[in-house]
Every structure is written in structure tokens, then in C-alpha cells.
Design a protein around this ligand. Sequence first.
Ligand code: ADP
Length: 324
Amino acid sequence: KKYLDESSERKRLYNEVIELKGNIRVFCRCRPLNQVEIANGSSSVVEFDSSQDTELQIVSSDSSKKQFKFDHVFRPEDGQDAVFARTKPIVTSVLDGYNVCIFAYGQTGTGKTFTMEGTPENRGVNYRTLEELFRVAGERGGVMKYELFVSMMEVYNEKIRDLLGESSNQPTKKLEIKQAAEGTQEVPGLVEACVYSTEEVWELLKSGNRVRSVGATNANELSSRSHWGTNLINSQKTKSHLWLVDLAGSERVGKIEVEGERLKESQFINKSLSALGDVISALASKTAHVPYSPSSADLGETLCSLNFASRVRGIESGPARKQV
Ligand code: ADP
């Protein structure tokens, strides 16, 4: 009974959200200014409105203001729990058979990894999602059996790397995205580990993380130069997928002084992020996490990220489909 009540409540919320906003939701998170920005005399270019939590304004150096509207705006003082409270109903719908993808978009240093991964003291969306999925699956264990699998991949310079495969020294295969059922994509050959607990997945993710490609740039000493994602697969009846994605930094080449390998990486990153924008525009659906930097030194990048987010959000919703 509890399972059925919960499931119909989630369906109700899901349908309500679709009816109201389409099935991509865009949340915008503004991190606090950091010590370096404060020491450099940067000020925040973001203005919030105390009477609502869906809009913000960006103030340019000539004092002109541009307004942006999202499904929700998280302020610098909002913690990881506030972010997860909004994310929870979306991620748990994978247990009801929906495909879900959550991704963090923004310039390097804006808080994508903090939001998705968090720290051991301050867990982010990924860990909280795992805990919640195992909690709900456990609760429903008497009624329905879940088989959960995890895979982990990185896209670096347009090549797919199997992070779980590589971290467990499995022979490397050539991996490609293939069209799968119902307009979804799959990467055949990716290692899928059957998992039973949050801690078990977390250990796998940590070892996968260790083989990721990282590069040093001036924007951030150790910044991610690749997109990476964790795929949780619910194999009960038909497969449904939950992708948790941390994208590479969206900053444009030129802002950071890059050359050689770094320049090549940046070009691939820009190309893939612009392709992502095109894919999203083509979808008659809605969802994303779009953080940006509040500092005046990053005004241009912040406006770019917010424009991207607005573009995502501006898409009209199509008929309800099995994808959140
Ligand atoms: P990105 O993944 O976008 O490159 P990070 O997540 O690494 O950025 O964040 C850069 C720095 O800012 C980190 O030191 C992180 O702890 C800090 N940070 C990011 N977002 C927040 C936040 N909302 N509150 C406090 N610190 C934050």
C-alpha cells in the first residue's frame, strides 16, 4: 500500500510538473564569492529578489541589468540539503521506470563538482541520490525486487572511456554510443557492476574517479577537462536509467591561456557543449542544473551560462514522454 501511495504521489507530481513546465527543469545555483575573489576586490554581480525564488538579475559594469527566470534559484546561503530537496522527486522516479538525467553546467570553479559530488562532510546530489534510491528500494523490497547496476564513463576529446572498466584493469574496448529503444542511447560493452549499497557504489565511483583525465589551467589549478557521468540502471522489468553528469567547464578558449593539448581539449569541450545545446533545443522536454559564478570578474561567462540555461528552459514542452 505504501509503495502504491508513493508511486501515485510521484506520478501526480511528475504530471503536475510536466503540465506546468515541460519535462526539463532548470535550477540555477549561485555559490558564495570565495576568498580569492573577495581579496581581488571582486563584487557579486547577482541580485536576488526577496519576494520570490525563481528569478535573479545580473548587473553589468554599466549598471544595466538582465533578468533570468528558472524553475528555482538557489542562493549562496542555500546548502546541499536545499538542492537535494528539489532533486529528490526527480531522481527517485528512476525506480518507477522513468529515464532521468541530471547534469551540472557552468564555468570551471562555479560549483559543479561541489553540487554533484560534494565533500565527505557536505554530500552532494550523487551521494544523497544513492542513499535515497537504496532506501526506497529497500522499503519496497517486500513488494518489488530491484536490480541496480552502475556504470561510469568519461568523454574526453570525443572518446568514451569506461572508468569502471579501466579502474578494475579490464581490457579496454572501443566504445561507441548506439541507438537503443525508445529514442534512448546506450554504450554497449560498458562495465555494469551489480550494486547493493550506497557505500559500495561510492567506493566504485572513487576508484573510477582516480582514472579520470584532468588538466591544469589558469582558471582553476586542477580542473576537469572531460565530461563524466554515472549511470544507475534499474533492471526491474524494463531498464530505466539515471544519469548523473558533471560536465567539463564551459569557459571559452581565450579567457584561460591554453595551448597544445589544453587547446585541443578546450576545442573538444566547446564543440561538445554546443552540441549538447543543440540536442537540448531539439528535445521537446526540460531538465538541468545550471550553476554560474557570481563574481564580477566572470561576468561574461556568467551571462553565457545563464543564456544557455534560459535557452534550455525556453523550450516548449511536447507530449509527456518517458523521460524526466
Ligand atoms: P567546478 O566543478 O564547477 O569546477 P567546484 O565544485 O570544484 O567547481 O567548486 C570550486 C570551489 O568552490 C570549491 O572549492 C568548492 O568547494 C567551492 N564551492 C562551490 N560551490 C559552493 C557552495 N555552494 N558553497 C560553498 N563552497 C562552494
